[in-house]
Ligand binder design. Sequence first.
Ligand SMILES: *[C@@H]1O[C@H](CO)[C@@H](O)[C@H](O)[C@H]1NC(C)=O
Ligand SMILES: *[C@@H]1O[C@H](CO)[C@@H](O)[C@H](O)[C@H]1NC(C)=O
Length: 425
Amino acid sequence: MVLSGCRSMFSMLLSLWLLASTPVLAIWPAPSSISTGDSTLWIGSALSVTYNGKNLPWAYGYEPSGSKFSSSEIVRGGVGRAMGSIVHNNFVPWMLYNRMELETTEPNLLKPKTYITHLDITQSGTDKTFKPVAGEVDESYTLKVGTNGKATITAVSSTGVLRALESFSQLFFQHSKGAFFYTKSAPVSITDKPEYDHRGVLFDVSRSFFPMESILRTIDALAYNKMNRIHIHATDSQSWPLEIPALPELHQKGAYAQGKTYSPSDLATIQQYAVNRGVQPIIEIDTPGHFGIAALSHPDIVAGWNSEPWTAYCAEPPCGQIRLNEPKVDPFLDKLMSDILPRVSPYTPYFHTGGDEVNFNMYTLDPTVGTNDSAVIVPLLQKFIDKHHARVRKAGLIPMVWEEIPASYNVTVGKDVVIQPQGHH
Ligand SMILES: *[C@@H]1O[C@H](CO)[C@@H](O)[C@H](O)[C@H]1NC(C)=O
Ligand SMILES: *[C@@H]1O[C@H](CO)[C@@H](O)[C@H](O)[C@H]1NC(C)=O
């Protein structure tokens, strides 16, 4: 009795001691495999970085610009951001320790410090293209941090290097006494790769307008979480924030307010910012449903704008769909797509043509259709999709659609088309 009581007390103390002394790890998402030690290493701005054997000059806040991406520039931007996370945007991990415990367990500032002096990055593959299709990017990486202060990253692609730098930055915390940054987990060895090819967020900037900084901040959050897609639902029946210089009346009449729009340079900025963070942008202009707002500038191409009771004609008000048999639609879409597609194609292989929640009953209000009979509508919808996807292909892009197009409306799509399952119901 007494003995076993003693023993359990001992093992409780032992496990408390282990808990208190286990260095906190906050690598996210949890890597495929990780091993750590219990040595302390410090890090600061005097980190020397090489990329494939050459010195890589890095700077805080460095952002590559333009649409001519190079692997080393992408890596350079990634190093600057990782070091910024460590040195400028770090935190004292109070919340990761028990109350009153951090100050007694964090490394002693007065003792000699071993600094991480070198980070050697090796990329074994070439980034053939900066418009990779799903599955083409090997995002795996290995990260090692030795107790001698030398760290190495090896990856196949620059995206893999970015994921490794993200994990690297997450190893370090700020000391409670000031601007000193440490890990207590050296040596560290991580090998990692994502479980899924497509890891992203759909950002609807039409039903609600979001300023640029919100979009860029969201891309940052995706990169912190090693996610790789941002799908921008750029227009809808509620508002048209996307500036189309060839058709300026769309945003002039359709935005929520003057200035609540994305200029061509805003769109380029969003896409460049994303690619530089290993996040592929996918822009969607939803058709033929979710298009009501265009009636304010182009009433002849829209059916049933703002029709009531809206429950009979669309999924949410205000209603409005592209007319399915109206001769003015093709020249309009030719103009729209020849404006937007070349502005998207430097950054992504895909363009999303929407296709969700097409309301067949709405076509009773379409003067060029006049019925909700699917025997009439489906062939018209097929023609619409065929022509619309041909525009996308002509611009060298791969069309994407919501699943209803083939799965609910029996429209046949090309073998190249990427079909996106509905997540929002
Ligand atoms: C189709 O239209 C007819 C005639 O307007 C109407 O009675 C019927 O309810 C409509 N069907 C659907 C599914 O809305
Ligand atoms: C699509 O095909 C299925 C199966 O043949 C049928 O039940 C459905 O009504 C069709 N939908 C349309 C919109 O024609």
